[in-house]
Design a protein around this ligand. Structure first.
Ligand SMILES: C[S@@+](CC[C@H](N)C(=O)[O-])C[C@H]1O[C@@H](n2cnc3c(N)ncnc32)[C@H](O)[C@@H]1O
Length: 272
């Protein structure tokens, strides 16, 4: 009998660029909005998919999620076997590394899949298929108000000052979050260069994400007098103005962090 061939991971090895603390904004947001779902699970598992050439983001994800849900375990999954071998010495209680791809090779569906700066190196027309494959791997919605697992897929700059991500549940896309270090932001549309793959090519007139960033810049300009109280007060004022025309789903507690979250349907590319 011939041994069964190992299944090939789904996806492609891409550049492994990463940095310590790069994904802190995303980690904190996940802990805040998904912490209750992680606490509810018997054995909460979070996946850091495509953690890159060093395991920093997976190590940090474990630390930050455990502040919200102490029983959480993190599995770092990488498609490049050499990067898995390099990460193994960092394994510890609650943290392991596995070779794999978009098939997410785990025995049970995870409560979280985080894929940061992974799809950016794929083609735009691959995104929908990857999203539906990953969403199908998430823990399903359940009793007692559980909405199921969360896929967080997005992009940031090298040191994590500018970040945009999409959050998806088992049913599909839910929200888009913009997050920035406000002191280094000239205007909200500076975040356009960090839009996730599904949106970055749609920042053109006629597309909703373009209209959103245009309106955000206008609200930011109108809020200029608040700059004397600091960039945070200006951001909060601008986001409050935006709520008149856009379905902002979060509130001042998140805006204070330099974030705003909007319903996906409002920003989805035309024709989707
Ligand atoms: C630019 S690095 C991002 C590292 C880290 N997530 C960060 O944001 O700092 C992208 C990594 O994703 C990995 N990757 C690409 N496609 C993948 C897939 N289908 N499954 C798992 N890893 C993948 C690449 O091999 C690469 O190491």
């Amino acid at each position: 009998m011939t041994p069964r061939a190992a299944t090939r991971p789904v996806g492609t090895v891409t550049r492994g660029t990463t940095n310590p603390n790069r994904l802190r904004r995303m980690d904190r947001w996940i802990a805040a909005v998904h912490g209750a779902e992680l606490r509810r699970a018997q054995r909460p598992v979070a996946v850091d998919l495509g953690y890159g050439a060093a395991p920093w983001t997976a190590v940090e994800l474990l630390g930050r999620l455990r502040t919200a849900a102490p029983r959480t375990a993190v599995v770092g999954i990488e498609i490049d076997p050499a990067r898995v071998a390099a990460a193994r010495p960092y394994e510890r209680e609650g943290l392991e590394f596995r070779h794999g791809g978009f098939e997410v090779p785990l025995p049970a569906p995870p409560q979280l899949i985080r894929a940061a700066n992974v799809l950016r190196q794929y083609d735009e027309d691959q995104v929908a298929q990857v999203w539906s494959r990953l969403c199908a791997r998430l823990a399903p919605a359940g009793p007692h108000g559980s909405r199921g697992g969360l896929l967080v897929e997005g992009t940031c700059d090298e040191i994590g000052r500018r970040h945009v991500w999409v959050a998806l549940g088992p049913e599909g896309p839910r929200t888009v979050t913009f997050a920035a270090r406000l002191a280094s932001l000239d205007r909200p549309s500076d975040l356009a260069e960090r839009l996730p793959k599904a949106l970055i090519h749609r920042n053109v007139p006629g597309e909703p994400v373009h209209a959103f960033l245009r309106d955000f810049d206008r609200a930011w300009a109108a809020a200029a007098p608040y700059a004397s109280y600091g960039a945070r007060q200006r951001w909060i004022r601008a986001v409050r103005d935006l709520t008149a025309d856009w379905p902002v789903t979060d509130g001042p507690a998140r805006w204070r962090q330099g974030e705003v979250t909007v319903a996906w349907e409002a920003l989805a590319p035309r024709g989707r």
